[in-house]
Design a protein around this ligand. Structure first.
Ligand code: BGP
Length: 485
């Protein structure tokens, strides 16, 4: 709204940055860790860019003290990271692995010592392979109890120290890529019925975890992180406006309505029932989802881009078009659901080298939508730019494009706050460079450049220009965002 102008972010605003265990830790067979679904998946030829793995990643397992020191020097207020389930329970359940517990205790304690609020993601996609072998992992309702038992262990261990908990990272992405497009484990293609069933299991695991946290006396913040891609109708043609409505029900509200209200969107559920792909819901499940919905304290949002919706004829594009994992601009194909919607490119927006649209206002749009629809506080748990960076001879990295990206998104976030959205935290993706699941090491997101590529490297850390820029943003509590670049 034009008359609005934010001068400062709230005093207690959590300026943060994020990571995920598999993408940074390495040490995949160290410290008693068990094998995860990703440890297995990356070994299937052709699944990741140039066959990259997280076996070593950026060696955070051995360098976490150096990394947290860099965070402290920057002035970071919160650090979002995930726990590898396989470090706590190598077999997914049963015996606790003390070395894994010690590793995360050390990280949490070091964060607290440096006045950095730890924000813990319980699950960022690395499922114990033992549970996949035993009963198919997320495909079986058995996973719910194992997940909750694992989460309760984390609450018992660190419930007093950690005040921000994220149950699941991007349930919508790991299930879509896992069961519809075969790009993530378990690599299933077009298994729509199972896709919705798996999602129902994940919702139940999330909900029972939230309730367990409260039953154990947890008074902190808890919620899920959703990969929110807000949509714009292509134009005012009613068919296209309806395509947007369909897209929102099927791709956004399907998850956010369950987290926030404990119910599935009606039109989407009716559609799934007609197609015979609706999930089987046990007696009492909906009550549990509803109860948990009243206990979450925020909606976690991972925001990277917006999309456009247009009517898609019955013989139109499918969800299975090519994704750009190489960084060769223009190689991503248009996708959609025949008869429902498709997502053409937005002619008003620039894109990254991986064909992701760059839309700062989309972040404001997300916050406004969540505020109007759910009235919940918001944690921006990821936002950032994946780009090629160049390490100069003097070890500097001039990533002015990343600074511009983050600056514009933070200005948009400031507007949302000014308009009344309650935003608690903002975490950039990511603190150090790391493994991009499908795109190898060349797609960089960090404030810290890590000297490694697909083949290897020294793993030395170097501060990018964006590191100093964010340091200044934090020091001025956002005021520097309003000075000219
Ligand atoms: C999110 C994930 C992150 C991270 C990020 C960037 O979906 O939660 O783990 O990977 O996207 O995506 P990518 O690595 O594909 O560029």
């Amino acid at each position: 709204m034009e008359q609005m102008k934010v001068e400062r972010f709230p005093e207690d605003f959590l300026w943060g940055s994020a990571s995920a265990a598999y993408q940074i830790e390495g040490g995949y067979r160290e410290g008693g860790k068990g094998m995860s679904n990703w440890d297995a998946f990356v070994r299937i030829p052709g699944k990741t860019y140039k066959g990259t793995t997280g076996d070593l990643a950026v060696d955070h397992y051995h360098r976490y003290l150096e990394d947290i020191r860099l965070m402290a020097e920057m002035g970071l207020k919160t650090y979002r990271f995930s726990i590898a389930w396989t470090r706590i329970y190598p077999e997914g359940r049963g015996e606790i692995n003390q070395q894994g517990v010690d590793f995360y205790t050390a990280i949490i304690d070091e964060c607290l010592r440096q006045h950095i609020e730890p924000m813990v993601t319980i699950y960022h996609w690395d499922l114990p392979q033992a549970l996949v072998d035993a009963y198919g992992g997320w495909e079986s309702p058995q996973v719910i109890d194992d997940f909750v038992a694992y989460a309760k262990t984390l609450f018992r261990l660190w419930g007093q120290k950690v005040k921000y908990w994220i149950t699941l990272n991007e349930q919508n992405i790991f299930t879509s890529l896992g069961w519809l497009t075969a790009q993530h484990p378990p690599g299933k293609f077009d298994d729509q019925k199972m896709f919705y069933q798996v999602n129902h299991h994940a919702f139940m695991a999330h909900a029972k975890t939230v309730l367990a946290y409260r039953e154990m006396g947890g008074k902190g913040n808890i919620g899920a992180s959703f990969a929110y891609t807000p949509s714009y109708a292509l134009d005012c043609r009613p068919m296209n406006a309806m395509a947007k409505c369909n897209y929102d029900d099927l791709k956004n509200y399907w998850w956010m309505d369950v987290y926030a209200y404990g119910r599935y969107p009606i039109a989407a559920m009716t559609y799934l029932k007609k197609k015979n792909i609706a999930p089987v819901i046990q007696d009492g499940d909906m009550e549990i989802l509803k109860k948990a919905a009243s206990e979450i304290t925020f909606m976690g949002v991972n925001y990277y881009q917006s999309c456009v919706c247009e009517y898609n004829p019955m013989d139109g594009v499918t969800p299975y078009g090519e994704m750009n994992t190489t960084g060769v601009k223009g190689t991503a194909q248009v996708t959609g659901i025949p008869g429902i919607y498709k997502n053409p490119a937005n002619p008003y927006l620039l894109t990254t080298d991986w064909d992701w649209s760059i839309d700062p206002m989309g972040l404001q749009f997300c916050c406004r939508e969540i505020t109007s629809r759910y009235g919940l506080p918001i944690v921006i748990s990821e936002n950032g730019l994946g780009a090629f960076d160049k390490l100069e001879a003097d070890h500097r990295i001039h990533d002015d494009y990343r600074i511009a990206y983050l600056q514009h998104h933070l200005q948009a976030l400031g507007e949302a706050i000014e308009e009344g959205c309650r935003v608690i935290a903002y975490c950039t993706w990511s603190f150090t460079d790391l493994l991009s699941w499908l795109n190898g090491y060349q797609k960089r997101y960090g404030f810290i450049y890590v000297d490694r590529d697909e083949e290897g490297g020294t793993l030395d850390r170097y501060k990018k220009d964006s590191y100093y820029w964010y340091q200044n943003v934090i020091q001025t509590n956002g005021e520097s965002l309003y000075k000219l670049l």
